[in-house]
Design a binder for this molecule. Sequence first.
Ligand SMILES: [Zn+2]
Length: 523
Amino acid sequence: MLLQELQPQLGREIISNGNHPSIFSSKNLLADTTLTSQIVLINAQGVALASDSAVTMGDGRTFDTVNKVFSLGRQGKQWKHHIAFMISGGDSYTPGSILWERVIGLFSKHLEDTAPDLFSVNDYVDQFIDFVNNDSRLNIPTQNDIAVQSDLLNWFEDIPPVASKMKDSSAIGRLSSLVDYGAVADLDNVSAAVDERIEAFIENFLQFISDVKLDRANDNNWTQRLLRIESENGHNSRTMARAFVDSLQLTPIRESTRKLEEIFNFHLANSYRDFKGRNHSVIAIAGFGQDELVPMMVELKSGSIIDSQYGSIRIRRRYELRLQSNAYDHGELQERCDECGTELEPRVWVCDNHDPPRHVTLEILSAAAFLKPFAQKSEIQNTLNGFHEDLEFLYEKNKFPAVLTKKIEENIKLEMANIEGIGPRLMDRIDKAFAGHITEGMHSFIALELEDAIVNHGWIKRRQRFRNVVRGLPMKEMETFAKTLVELQAEITHYQSKIRGVGGEIDVARITKEEGFVWVNRQ
Ligand SMILES: [Zn+2]
């Protein structure tokens, strides 16, 4: 099948998934604003959740009636769970294309039937992960195949030489279908250059794979995983390899297909637990387990199953509410080791309390209150942090700090050249010193200082003030504040873009130990 035919078919599968709106932008399947906006506020009293109810289809149609917050169990029943699920990203569980509301409904029934111990929110999470991975109704191999193929398609067509070939091909197609200008534009030469780059990319990649294989020859887990993925997903790699060989016109066909297949299997073995660039949903599970007196929240990511031993879900972060531990504890955000609970250096995920120091893969956040937005959140974060993500280039190392370093260097050298006694030979040595280490050192220093000023002294401090406020808010106020923040995102987004992706009525719910899950405002 041609990639062009395959693409709309795959596109439909993820049409309501807004995590990576740019992926299909060439086909205009997804709008800019397919994202939803949500927030969870947590303090010792309970949880307030707010979510907009809009969903934007790829063609720009928007529906305002989609429920993205779910409770467990029906009212009046014996089972009363103090738990909410809030979901953004895709509207379905990927490995079976089953709507999330149906999945949650089945899970709720499953809990009724099996009555497991649910002492903590973590117990709910473990039960949920087990349930979705093992219930055969939810896992439909053909649906998962489509999702894995779509993940491969999204990844590979974004690789620069591949992307430019696809762009060139469609441009050439348009040009020659309009008028026969092919000869004038020397189209053969244009495509030849791109073809060479694709070929070079493939060869480099294969070299990289054989280096890694050599490097990891003794890593049994890795070798087993690669074998497992070849047997479970080899057919998906092959399907996509054929589609790309066809649409990129790679030759010889059989050889090129084999090469791409190897690259795709390798990529899957590397990305089985990483959802970056893959279609996925984000699930927040918040509330109280039976034994818990303060609420907590767990954030999950869910997408296609690449490695059956790993399943479709990854626990991304745990949010643990911290009661004041001493007189100096102001309830600020701390990152902790998930094994021993040691507080970690911010954004350095290594725990020194182990020998050798342990790399911490699961983020545990601890604070006296949380304000956690999901999905589309730029305006919410701007309000809470006092710094808009549009300005992040200011402290990203290779952006503004690099430009600033270069300007400073040029100016210093200009000034120096004018100082009496600095002749061409000395200037030459100065140039070399700049090239040797001064520029590099200055660049790191500037980037670090800017980041420290903006992040540590800017937005973390401002956010802590909001955290302090939320820490003491009554439930009613917390519900209103949550709703206000989501409304703010919806309104600003509305005035910024043509397509209204965030919006509709805003659903608000609360969870307290006393009342359980309660809808405050639901359309
Ligand atoms: Zn530790």
